[in-house]
Write a protein that binds this ligand. Structure first.
Ligand code: SF4
Length: 308
């Protein structure tokens, strides 16, 4: 008989909870359709459910008919997007996570103070595209230590990061920047958010307690879920991303007695329970929760939806 270690915390973070609640409340208050620019959070299951309720997801604000509501996803946008939306007469409701907004504010402050902003993150990720858009002339995206070493500038350099990276990936990049450019300005609190950090710590704890296979429930587009797979692998386990809906292939579980189970910050808890039930049926009958932190973070809803 095998056992399952269940990560805690896992699944929705405060920013995802808030973003989904914004769309649900707008649908209740205004009826369908409610337009959302980009996937509200990077999870197919969430997006499909909201589509069923009348949300319409588009990739660009220019696809939204004039005068309609335009919800901005949790990942944040460049200021130019808000300007375009306003010029089209769209009614903006901003579901950007407050912790992403904090990174935007840092990027503005550093750039306006004469720094070159080194934005550590994945250049094609929507959050990074949004942050870069704050001060594109004075910001450069850095993805690797090699790019960090190649950076040449006469300006002082400040570092901000995407919120969903792993500290282990960021450290060598920051070290490389420091080696070639000297002292860097950095925000007092890390940009990698509490939810990302806690979920990664829980994965490391599960591997330390014997999980040889870690299943991470999440979508391919979810940066924080993909990082959880990498963190598990770096800790020495096999790890893979699963969507929580497709049955697990039997050969995936072969040879493993202790399986770690977790879910990215945009994955609903119902999918975790479904996978845990599936594992129990396949002989992984004992379930033990591995708790590394308790989360009680809650973000206020924006004015547009809070009043009703
Ligand atoms: S993962 Fe972190 S930054 Fe992203 S929405 Fe959740 S709390 Fe906000």
């Amino acid at each position: 008989m095998g056992r399952v270690l269940l990560a805690a915390p896992r699944s929705f973070c405060a920013g995802v909870d808030r973003a989904i609640e914004i769309v649900e409340r707008l649908l209740e208050q205004h009826g369908a359709p409610v337009y959302v620019r980009h996937q509200i959070v990077h999870n197919e299951n969430v997006v499909r459910r909201l589509e069923g309720l009348g949300a319409v997801f588009v990739e660009d604000e220019s696809e939204i008919p004039e005068g309609e509501i335009c919800v901005l996803s949790a990942h944040g946008v460049a200021p130019a997007v808000k300007e375009n939306a306003a010029a089209r007469g769209l009614r903006l409701v901003d579901a950007t996570c407050p912790l992403v907004n904090k990174v935007h504010a840092e990027a503005r402050r550093y750039a306006d103070g004469g720094h070159l902003v080194a934005l550590v993150g994945h250049a094609n990720h929507v959050e990074v595209i949004g942050t870069l858009g704050e001060r594109p002339e004075n910001t450069v995206v850095i993805e690797t230590p090699e790019q960090a070493r190649a950076l040449k500038t006469d300006k002082p350099v400040a570092v901000v990061t995407q919120t969903t990276l792993s500290l282990d990936d960021v450290a060598p990049i920051v070290d490389a920047l420091e080696e070639s450019l000297g002292t860097l300005r950095r925000p007092h609190a890390d940009d990698i958010c509490y939810a990302t950090q806690n979920r990664q710590d829980a994965v490391k704890a599960m591997v330390a307690q014997g999980a040889t296979l870690v299943l991470v429930i999440g979508s391919q587009t979810s940066s924080n879920a993909v990082r959880l797979v990498e963190v598990a692998q770096a800790a020495g386990a096999r790890a893979t991303l699963v969507d929580g809906e497709t049955p697990l292939p039997a050969e995936l579980l072969d040879g493993h007695e202790t399986i770690g189970l977790t879910a990215g910050a945009s994955t609903p808890e119902a999918l975790v329970q479904a996978v845990a039930a599936d594992l129990a049926q396949r002989g992984f009958a004992t379930l033990e929760e591995i708790t590394v932190a308790r989360e009680d973070v809650h973000f206020r809803l924006p004015r547009e939806v809070a009043s009703a």
